[in-house]
Structures are given as structure tokens and as C-alpha cells.
Design a protein around this ligand. Structure first.
Ligand code: PGA
Length: 259
């Protein structure tokens, strides 16, 4: 149960990936979220657009919608063509960075690189949305070990005082970008959110475990979001495709507000 006060009850993160097609379209979409988010007292919204759009969307935002990057480099500066540093992202006005998304892990991010990225994010003053999730489910609970090991790799290297700057997004890889019917059930989401909090408690103490913010991501839709939030025991959702449609994403904000 969240304390009453200024803390928002749910966090909804829009991961736009390599969409939409133009800055103009991005502005229209972000403005539609802004109109909805500013009326919501209970739900915080973070949009993670492609990096070139960050500055414009930060400038356009009336601060109800926060901006994040989809990734950062693990180094601070230098001859790394195409890379973007944590400080560049932060000084462009973004407040969050997604780190460890499965699409970046598939492109070569190891746990060691992910740890470095998390440390660069903290140095720059960014909050981290750390993605973890197994490739597949099995009957011997190996998937729990996989998630645990991704989490421990980071938690072991991060000072406890930094933990409040991390949001953990549990995204089973097999459920990302699939039919909306193949998203994890609210019951299974609940089980994983408890498991993740236990791992945080093991690494950083009971209080840290209780305070850990856990999101679910992977084929979230406007039709499934309500049950995921109401019964999944999570603090919010990381939304891919359905965040590219204002009606759907705003519908998810409405659901979050209604719980
Ligand atoms: P999806 O993407 O909602 O389209 O499955 C989620 C993600 O990859 O973060």
C-alpha cells in the first residue's frame, strides 16, 4: 500500500522504440498524453522517445509527462560513433533511462555492460528503468534463476542509497511484441513482482525489498492493463506498441486512475 501524499500510485512508461516516423508525429502523440496526464493526480507518465526527439519533447512538455531515453552508452565520452552518453541525455532534459531492454541485450549488452550503464546514469543524475526478464519459461523454474541473476548482477554493484533511483521493469522476452493475448496473466505478474522484491530484499535488506518499484512489460494492451495493475501487484507498466496510439495509451492511464 502506497503512502498518501504526493507519490503517484502508478508509473506508466511508454517505450516508443524506433517510432514514430517523424518529429511532427512524436509531438502530436506526446501532446495527447500530456493533456491526459495533467488531469491525473494518481498516475505518473514517462515517455521514452528516440534520442533525437528528446530535447523537443522536453521543451514541449508541461511537466506532466516526463522524458526518458531508451538506452545510454556505458562510457562517458569519446570516439564512439552513434553512441549517446548519460550526461548528454540528462543535459537534454531527460530524467530517466531504460537500461537492459531485451532488444539491447540481444544487440550485445552483457550484465557487465549493463552495470556500467547504470553507474553512468547515476553519475549523470538519471533515474534507471532496469529491464530484466527470461527468454523462455520452463518447468524447472530456471527462468527464476535467470531473472535473479540479471538482478543480482546490478544490485551487487550499486550502493544501497541509489536503489530509490531504480525502477525494475520485468519483461519476459517471450511476451514482448507478441499477440496481446500472450501477455503474462495478472496472477503470474503478481508472482514475479513478489519474487523480484524478495531478490531486492536479499541483496539490500527487507526495507529496500518492500520499497522496490516493479513494473510489468510485454504485450500490455488497453484491454489487459486494468487487471494487470489491479491484480498484478505491480507499480506500473512498460508499454511498447500500445503507446504509439494516443487513444490506447490514454485508455491505460484512465485504467490506472480508476483503481
Ligand atoms: P510491447 O513492447 O508492449 O510492444 O510488447 C514492450 C517492450 O518491449 O518494452
Amino acid at each position: 500500500m502506497k503512502k498518501k501524499g504526493t507519490k503517484k500510485r502508478f508509473l506508466l512508461v511508454a517505450n516508443w522504440k524506433m517510432n514514430p516516423d517523424s518529429l511532427e508525429d512524436a509531438k502530436v502523440l506526446a501532446a495527447a498524453f500530456e493533456r491526459k496526464a495533467k488531469k491525473s493526480a494518481r498516475t505518473a507518465v514517462v515517455v521514452c522517445p528516440p534520442a533525437p526527439f528528446i530535447t523537443t519533447l522536453v521543451g514541449n512538455g508541461k511537466k506532466s509527462v516526463r522524458i526518458g531515453s531508451q538506452d545510454i552508452d556505458h562510457r562517458t565520452e569519446g570516439s564512439f560513433t552513434g553512441s549517446v552518453s548519460a550526461r548528454q541525455v540528462r543535459t537534454s532534459g531527460a530524467e530517466y533511462a531504460i537500461i537492459g531492454h531485451s532488444e539491447r541485450r540481444a544487440a550485445g549488452d552483457t550484465d557487465a555492460i549493463i552495470v556500467e550503464k547504470v553507474l553512468r546514469a547515476f553519475e549523470a543524475g538519471l533515474k534507471v528503468i532496469l529491464c530484466v526478464g527470461e527468454d523462455k519459461r520452463d518447468h524447472n523454474a530456471q527462468y527464476l534463476l535467470a531473472v535473479r541473476s540479471q538482478l543480482m548482477a546490478v544490485l551487487a554493484k550499486v550502493e544501497k542509497s541509489r536503489l530509490k533511483q531504480i525502477v525494475i521493469a520485468y519483461e519476459p522476452v517471450w511476451a514482448i511484441g507478441k499477440s496481446f493475448a500472450s501477455a503474462l496473466s495478472p496472477r503470474d505478474i503478481h508472482e514475479m513482482s513478489i519474487f523480484i522484491k524478495k531478490v531486492v530484499a536479499e541483496a539490500a535488506g527487507k526495507d529496500a525489498g518492500l520499497r522496490a518499484q516493479v513494473l510489468y512489460g510485454g504485450s500490455v494492451s488497453v484491454d489487459s492493463a486494468r487487471d494487470m495493475l489491479a491484480e498484478g501487484g505491480v507499480d506500473g507498466l512498460l508499454v511498447g506498441r500500445q503507446s504509439l496510439d494516443a487513444e490506447n495509451f490514454n485508455g491505460i492511464i484512465d485504467h490506472a486512475d480508476s483503481i
